[in-house]
Write a protein that binds this ligand. Structure first.
Ligand code: FES
Ligand SMILES: [Fe+2]
Length: 369
């Protein structure tokens, strides 16, 4: 039996202490996806984001609204109240709140005091998603929402989904910067037909807030979920090229290219799949996992959309299963016993986790000041 030496454990724990973990404070000054645009209707929706319970709705003129889900009077949840003419009438004693969170009516008083209200959060709708700013209101700048123009372009066909991830968003970002798991966790889906994938050469980019990994594997087969929709069939001369980039705590962008190396390079048909992985922490051990996929082939073909969606979400469900299991082990391990040993292929993920921790701690210090 070979157990790590006390020195190895100490070094792993020292390195781990410099990285974001599931217990690290959240990064609030960041735009997160609060909901899919299709989820927001003229009805009340309860949603926990970064540990805060919110009520979301869309006004009858289409404006998304997010308020704290706690009546200022006796803490009745506004999400369990009534939406009347785009205002929320509390289900307990009838205080009425408008879309800005101001209380505009107290039924037991003839005049509503101007000092009652609940916090409203800035929201911005962009294509299929609605972003929310949970940080200091004066720092909410919509120009810092990551530009994902392909999500709103007719040159891409989208398929969109949501997964309930029973794990920290930190683990998801790490998973997305780690292509070595594809051969194992996705052995029957994305990893099929690419033996030795985890040994294929890769390129790491680490810069100021930039963490990316890319890998090209040739020749390989095209993964099962894609081969049919991309009309490549069961070729063994395929090429797979994937670039994965951490953009913000709320966005991890993957761009995958699939092609047939038997076709001359200049005439090669390249199928792109662009995926925005959009994790929004519900709390420290669970995450709203929004996913938007775009493709540049078979545009508008509903059957392809359905096939691709089924195949991709089968693979994403494997990540959710894997990360959920990791979280349950992490949550059950006493802090003083916990250590995780990193290897060379973890370099980008380690740097990214250090970056998130630095962001979170700098913000926490600012809040405390
Ligand atoms: S708790 Fe909402 S009005 Fe009393
Ligand atoms: Fe994965």
């Amino acid at each position: 039996m070979t157990l790590p030496s006390a020195d190895t454990i100490r070094r792993a724990q020292t390195a781990g202490a410099q990285m974001a973990s599931f217990e690290t404070p959240f990064v609030f000054n960041c735009w997160y996806v609060a909901a899919l645009a299709s989820e927001l209707k003229n009805e009340l929706l309860e949603r926990m984001i970064l540990g805060r319970r919110l009520v979301l709705y869309r006004t009858s003129d289409g404006v998304p609204v997010a308020l704290d889900d706690r009546c200022a009077h006796r803490s009745f949840p506004l999400s369990k109240s009534k939406l009347v003419d785009d205002t929320i009438v509390c289900g307990y004693h009838g205080f009425r709140y408008d879309r800005t969170g101001d209380c505009v009516e107290v039924p037991s008083l003839t005049k509503c005091p101007a000092t009652i209200g609940v916090r409203a959060y800035p929201m911005v709708e962009r294509g299929p998603v609605v972003w929310i700013w949970m940080g200091a209101a004066e720092e909410a700048d919509p120009s810092t929402i990551p530009p994902l123009s392909w999500m709103e372009s007719s040159e891409w066909t989208l398929n969109i989904g949501y997964l309930d991830l029973p794990a920290s968003y930190i683990g998801l970002h790490e998973n997305l910067l780690d292509l070595t798991h594809i051969e194992f966790l996705h052995a029957d889906t994305l990893g099929a037909g690419a033996p030795g994938y985890s040994m294929a050469p890769y390129n790491t980019e680490i810069g100021e807030g930039v963490f990316a990994l890319s890998r090209t594997v040739e020749p390989a087969s095209i993964p099962g979920p894609f081969a049919g929709p991309m009309a490549f069939g069961d070729i063994t001369t395929g090429g797979r090229s994937i670039r994965s980039e951490f953009v913000t705590p709320a966005l991890h962008q993957l761009v995958a290219r699939y092609y047939d190396t038997a076709e001359p390079a200049e005439q090669r048909r390249i199928c792109f799949i662009s995926t925005a992985h959009l994790p929004t922490p519900r709390d420290h051990v669970s995450t709203h996992y929004f996913i938007v996929n775009g493709r540049n082939f078979a545009l508008g073909d509903a059957e392809v959309t359905e096939d691709l969606h089924r195949g991709m979400f089968e693979a994403f469900a494997e990540d959710v299963w894997g990360l959920g299991n990791v979280q349950s082990v992490l949550s059950a391990t006493p802090a003083e016993e916990l250590y995780e040993i990193s290897v060379k292929s973890d370099t980008a993920a380690v740097a990214m986790r250090r970056h998130i921790r630095n962001l979170a701690l700098a913000e926490a210090a600012e809040r405390a000041a």
